[in-house]
Design a protein around this ligand. Structure first.
Ligand code: GDP
Ligand code: IMO
Ligand code: MG
Length: 428
């Protein structure tokens, strides 16, 4: 079956999108990143090797796949050059990497502004990854951004850098009271990036259109997750892009009717890095145990991830906002050995049950999870390859998540390796 499939995070990011993308990439022709930047950290384990990808699509570990960094991504050229060189050093080929001309750049003044903004907010820090993501999207919206195509055009680059550095340096000096950047150094660095990245830059929208009209399999790899979406997430504790499925079209330049399937990736529990409310968060020893067993430390910043029970209110919301056809439940193996598992089926707010995810953060902070309990399992499941290999209680847990979320489960993850994946329904 030929298909265009969008994968999105159904929670607060780090659901295992990288692993699932790498797994599904075996059947895809093209893998596309369409939003976010190097705030993403996608871990892929192949054999004995672990790769942490930040900008390059997780299809790159299959030699014959075209990998596209599309227009909706914000690219830090220093990070991209380093990522390319590191992967090449490990024997990964870059021959099929393509970068959109229209993608915006993250430059050093964006990183400085990200840090300065976080420092300014004494309370209510977002806990960003510090990669300059927010300021780069700010400049894109303000129409002062510099795009990949401008990086390759010496005259435009020189003019746009001079304008931007003058303004940013006055912002740093007069508003934030911090040091700015050197125009000469930045200009020199940009010329080097242009030389190293130029060969990959093209009109990726044309490439995707051609591939889709030829009936190729295209896989869109979301970064972040539904609750980090700037429109639909826990604003202001969100990222500055739209990690939800609709953004795949805008972020890659394809029409909505070409998408056949949308799959949401969710952990069998919930995690979050950074600030903001988290109704099912566990503050006890069990939260600690899940963090240790699931190795829940940020791929990008190394920060400990906050851990809690599976939240079906969030999953239901993700199903609705993204139009999810399927769920992929990852890290089921991490729950092995926990005697009783809880699933949040609704929230209670001021004595009343609410079933939908609230917009107000004050209200979300006041919500208490309404749990139902299911018996856990003791058997090792990391060797399971078919649903029938799972213990009955694990199957019942998955079935109940699916029922409460309102979407069928197409895949289940039982370990970090490619092969530790159960496919219940094939999307390609
Ligand atoms: P992403 O940002 O959504 O790609 O997720 P991350 O890579 O940041 O975090 C997911 C982590 O869980 C990575 O270390 C993966 O290797 C790991 N992982 C993914 N799927 C599974 C699974 O089914 N079981 C276990 N134990 N680990 C998994
Ligand atoms: P992947 O793709 C988890 C979080 C940050 C912070 C908020 C805003 O690996 O799932 P930003 O730097 O984007 O302005 O930070 O968003 N965040 C992520 N959390 N996984 C990610 O990506 C994230 N990318 C950003 O921790 O709370
Ligand atoms: Mg991650």
């Amino acid at each position: 079956m030929l298909a265009v499939v969008v994968l999105v995070g159904a929670q607060w990011g780090d659901e295992g999108k990288g692993k699932v993308t790498d797994f599904l990439a075996a059947r895809a022709d093209i893998v596309v990143r369409y939003q976010g930047g190097n705030n993403a950290g996608h871990t892929v384990v192949v054999g004995e090797e672990e790769f942490k990808l930040h900008l390059i699509p997780s299809g790159i570990l299959h030699a014959d796949k075209t990998c596209v960094i599309a227009n909706g991504v914000v690219i830090d050229p220093a990070v991209l050059v380093a990522e390319i060189e590191e992967l090449q050093r490990r024997g990964v080929k870059m021959a099929r990497l393509l970068i959109s001309e229209r993608a915006h750049l993250i430059l050093p003044y964006h990183r400085l502004q990200d840090a300065a903004e976080e420092n300014r907010k004494e309370n209510g820090r977002i806990g960003t990854t510090g990669r300059g993501i927010g300021p780069a999207y700010m400049d894109k919206a303000a129409r002062t951004g510099i795009r990949m195509v401008d990086l390759l055009d010496a005259g435009t680059l020189c003019r746009r850098l001079a304008e931007n550095v003058a303004f940013k340096n006055s912002l740093f000096g007069r508003v934030y009271g911090t040091e700015g950047v050197s125009l000469e150094e930045l200009h020199r660095a940009c010329l080097q990036y242009a030389e190293k990245l130029g060969r990959y830059v093209t009109d990726t929208g044309v490439v995707l259109h051609q591939a889709i009209s030829e009936g190729k399999n295209v896989l869109f790899e979301g970064a972040q997750g539904t609750l980090l979406d700037i429109d639909h997430g826990t604003y202001p504790f969100v990222t500055s892009s739209n990690p939800t499925a609709g953004a795949a079209c805008v972020g890659a330049g394809v029409g909505p009717r070409v998408i056949n399937t949308v799959m949401g990736i969710a952990k069998a529990y919930t995690t979050r890095v950074g600030g903001g409310p988290f109704p099912t968060e566990l503050h006890d020893g069990l939260g600690e145990e899940i963090r240790t067993r699931g190795r829940e430390f940020g791929t990008t910043t190394g920060r400990p991830r906050r851990c809690g029970w599976f939240d079906a209110v969030i999953a239901r919301y993700a199903v609705r906002i993204n139009g999810l056809d399927y769920l992929c439940i990852t890290k089921l193996d991490v729950l092995t050995g926990i005697p009783v598992l809880k699933i949040c089926r609704a929230y209670r707010h001021q004595g009343e049950e609410i079933a939908d995810f609230p917009a107000s953060l004050r209200m979300l902070g006041e919500c208490e999870p309404v749990y139902e309990e299911l018996p856990g399992w003791q058997e090792e499941i990391s060797g399971a390859r078919r649903v029938e290999d799972l213990p009955e209680n694990a199957r019942r847990y998955i079935a109940r998540l699916s029922e409460l979320a309102g979407a069928p489960v197409a895949m289940i993850g039982v370990g970090t390796r490619r092969e530790q994946t159960i496919v219940c329904h094939s999307v390609f």
